[in-house]
Write a protein that binds this ligand. Structure first.
Ligand code: SAH
Length: 374
């Protein structure tokens, strides 16, 4: 490993790459060649960029620019086909990304699952393949039911590191957008809206470079209200999911202390203001915890809260874990909760936990990494 600090090319925009090649005295079209190699071809090393003259590749290396993807350090396979990846970056920090070959019943990219209550979707498995990516190493938000919260936040990921997770997983799965359709959910470790600029830059690179349409992406937030407004103003943006998890402030503050800063009234006002596109819906996520927020009364309160919004609710039964003081409700209780919402005409889906046996399900990322850490 070299002593000098390297600048990763992955994460740079077409414009940034073009200025860079021009500064090295190369014709500007080499910027596009680099861009395609990085994002469409997803090269793992400079040698793989056969479109560029050898001497230019060498001058890039000598100039301190690096080409490469983050490294898949470990791979855990679940009985349900889910693959959990531990992905390491140049500084040794790592995050997790998850491949779900058939989604989880809640995130189909085009809204086509609407009306289908228990996720028995039509369409091929490929249509539903979903990659869940991380936006930060750890998380600062401190939701009481989430295992990632126990780590605290170590640092933000760069745009290149966010895109790099996806490229590494696509290569490992031998899947290539746009021919192969994949959905992206920004629902891994971290709070994407506390790393907003890098998150949105990654979105643009995924659209323009990797070839994944924005309509197939969803970002989930714990409720960072000012960034909800910012997202609404973006010309290119994923769909929005908001982690609600409680139907009143008292309960929500207990489960998600961030509710003290942006309470339900402020959050719902931002949701109401959010400019939805044609046929687009907001998603509210609601993690059900036994005897805490899962009563029929809670469901009625929730229905009241989201009334009038063009939105659907995704229910997630808590994925349990060590250090988490809540329990998973029984299936009947989840279905009962869903029934109350549906009776109140709120489209409501139950997300199926994926990869629970390998700690890959929501809120479980990074658990075994901690245990295995050197
Ligand atoms: N920080 C963002 C995205 C990551 S969390 C957010 O809060 O939305 C992604 C989803 O997993 C959220 O909806 C969150 O409420 C849910 N989640 C967290 N811990 C969970 C757990 N133990 N079981 C089930 N879902 C959980």
């Amino acid at each position: 490993m070299s002593e000098t600090k390297q600048t990763a090319l992955l994460g740079l925009t077409l414009q940034e790459l073009t200025s860079l090649v021009e500064e090295s005295g190369q014709p500007s079209y080499r910027g596009r060649q680099l861009f395609d190699a990085l994002y469409r071809q997803r090269v793992e090393s400079g040698e793989q960029i056969s479109t560029l003259p050898q001497e230019f590749r060498r001058s890039l290396t000598e100039g301190g620019f690096s080409v490469g993807l983050p490294k898949i350090e470990k791979k855990f396979l679940s009985a349900d086909g889910t693959v959990r990846y531990l992905i390491a970056f140049a500084d040794g920090q790592s995050v997790e990304a998850v491949w779900m070959p058939e989604g989880d019943g809640g995130e189909a990219g085009d809204g086509s699952e609407a009306g289908n209550e228990i996720g028995s979707a039509t369409g091929s498995a490929w249509d539903r393949a979903t990659i869940c990516v991380s936006s930060q190493v750890g998380c600062a938000v401190d939701c009481q039911f989430c295992l990632t919260a126990l780590l605290g936040v170590k640092r933000n990921l760069t745009a290149g590191e966010i895109v790099g997770q996806i490229c590494a997983v696509l290569n490992d799965r031998s899947v290539s957008p746009p021919q192969d359709r994949v959905n992206i959910v920004f629902m891994g470790m971290g709070e994407p809206f506390l790393n907003y600029d890098n998150f949105i830059k990654a979105v643009r690179l995924l659209v323009e470079g990797v070839g994944i349409p924005e309509s197939r992406m969803t970002v989930s937030t714990a409720g960072i209200v000012p960034r909800i407004h910012d997202l609404g103003a973006e010309p290119v943006r994923p769909k929005l999911a908001i982690s609600l998890n409680a139907p009143n402030d008292e309960l929500r503050t207990r489960l998600m202390p961030i509710n003290r800063k942006w309470n339900l009234e402020t959050l719902l006002a931002a949701a109401r203001d959010f400019p939805l596109r044609n046929r687009e819906k907001l998603t509210f996520e609601y993690v059900l915890m036994n005897g805490v927020n899962d009563s029929p009364q809670n469901a009625r309160e929730l229905a009241e809260l989201v009334r009038g919004l063009r939105a659907k609710v995704n229910l997630i039964a808590l994925n349990p874990g060590p250090g988490i003081g809540f329990q998973t409700p029984a299936d009947e209780r989840v279905l009962q909760f869903q029934k109350v919402l549906i009776a109140a005409r709120v489209p409501t889906f139950v997300r199926h936990p994926r990869g629970r046996d390998i700690y890959a399900a929501c809120g479980q990322l990074k658990r075994t990494v901690e245990l295995d850490a050197p």
